[in-house]
Design a binder for this molecule. Structure first.
Ligand SMILES: [Zn+2]
Length: 423
């Protein structure tokens, strides 16, 4: 798929970081610098979705400025990228100039009707998928077949055609090979099994989209801000089989050789880090892990740790989020499980010490005070901080050191270490 040697290439390990208020780029980059000191190159990718920009009222150019400034100040000499996360044909425009990584989200088009002739042509073109396949690294055979391929094509072809249309729009604006392309299908209800992933990759190759990352929907629940919920054994097997499938598709369909999985974690999926690390090792494969909201929660933790007005502000954010909980949760209904009975009233929270506030919010499931409902509500509650405007931003600047410490430590200790540094 063209000469990749001079083009934008995403390294083997990369970490998506989200910086909702464009104040933590340095602290986030510091976590990658710490990783480099420990001998592992982790490429930072600042991701921010159109939805987040809209809620906050920010522009992708702000994220670009913050990332560039951090890179310059800390002397980062390795690549870094800016991800236009979850864009579509209509929302991509304002990301065209500042970004160099595009997550083309076509989940909404899954299952949309497609011309039967297109499906038949695809099925006819891919005779290699008309029977069960042996894929190196996958136990047993992968069940495919003409009927299966027809069904998968029927379900996904409209989405992949649209991904091609969006890709070509970006390519026309930016030039070939100057950006990284991801296709995401994670924000949907049904997971894609490895056999479906193979058919999807064949269709993406047909569309000539040079994807370097793909975000399927994995089995289990990826709720915002809390740990993975689901069958870990099944996740491990599917994740490993997905990597094997990608390697197979790369050689069979000529997709970019660095193509890897992108895990949209919705913050902290700690329990899947071990299976992911083991699968990466088994196949010597790379991965892109997207985090985002985890950093904004560290801002709140840092504010609380600062005490006094910082703690007051953190409590005010909770009170406002509590008051607006229904409105805040609605756009994220599919990816949160908040038990309203477990949400303390703002009056109760006002009585809390900083230590109690931090223990409730910090993602340490071993801590008896940890409250996943509070954490999820605040995870999706960044809009109330955005509404506070300078009242919020000024304290981010004032308490920068204690906030930065929490942001860096969270990314390095809880994400980078277990994923990339443990044996
Ligand atoms: Zn996502």
């Amino acid at each position: 798929m063209g000469d990749m040697s001079k083009a934008s290439v995403l390294g083997k390990y990369s970490l998506g970081v989200g910086d909702r208020f464009a104040h933590q780029a340095e602290a986030q980059l510091q976590a990658c610098i710490d990783a480099a000191r420990h001998g592992v190159e982790v490429i930072p990718v600042w991701n921010k979705s159109n939805r987040e920009h809209t809620i906050i009222g920010s522009e992708p150019a702000n994220t670009r400025a913050a990332a560039d400034a951090a890179v310059k100040k800390l002397g980062w000499d390795k690549p870094y990228f800016l991800d236009a996360d979850h864009i579509n044909f209509d929302t991509v425009d304002r990301f065209l100039k500042p970004c160099d990584f595009y997550t083309i989200d076509v989940a909404d088009l899954i299952g949309k009707p497609i011309d039967k002739a297109e499906v038949s042509a695809f099925v006819a073109r891919h005779e290699e998928l008309h029977h069960a396949l042996q894929i190196p690294g996958i136990e047993g055979t992968v069940e495919l077949g003409r009927e299966f391929v027809t069904r998968v094509a029927d379900k996904y072809l409209a989405a992949i055609k649209e991904a091609g249309r969006i890709f070509r729009k970006i390519e026309k604006a930016k030039g070939s090979g100057t950006f990284i392309t991801e296709v995401s299908m994670d924000e949907t209800d049904t997971p894609q099994i490895p056999a479906e992933l193979l058919v999807i990759l064949a269709a993406i190759a047909d569309e000539k989209i040079p994807i370097q990352t793909i975000a399927p929907k994995f089995t289990g629940r990826f709720n915002k801000g809390v740990d993975y919920q689901g069958n870990l054994e099944q996740f491990s097997r599917e994740f490993s089989d997905d990597i094997a499938t990608i390697a197979f598709a790369v050689s069979r369909y000529g997709l970019p050789t660095n193509l890897k999985l992108s895990v949209h974690s919705g913050s902290d999926k700690f329990s899947i880090y071990r299976p992911i690390r083991e699968a990466l090792k088994k196949f010597d494969a790379g991965v892109h892990l997207k985090t985002a909201g985890t950093t904004w929660l560290e801002e709140l933790i840092g504010l609380a740790e600062a005490g006094n007005e910082g703690l007051q502000l953190a409590k005010q954010v909770y009170a406002n989020a509590f008051a607006k909980r229904e409105e805040l949760c609605a756009p994220y209904a599919a990816v949160i499980d908040i038990d309203p009975k477990r949400l303390p009233t703002p009056q109760e929270v006002n009585e809390w010490t900083a230590a109690k506030f931090i223990a409730t919010l910090r993602h340490d499931p071993q801590n008896a005070s940890f409250n996943s409902s509070v954490r999820q509500l605040l995870h999706v509650g960044f809009k109330v901080a955005a509404k506070m405007g300078d009242g919020y931003l000024n304290l981010l600047s004032k308490f920068e050191p204690v906030i930065a410490k929490n942001v860096t430590e969270n990314l390095f200790e809880r994400h980078i270490k277990p994923l990339f540094l443990e044996a």
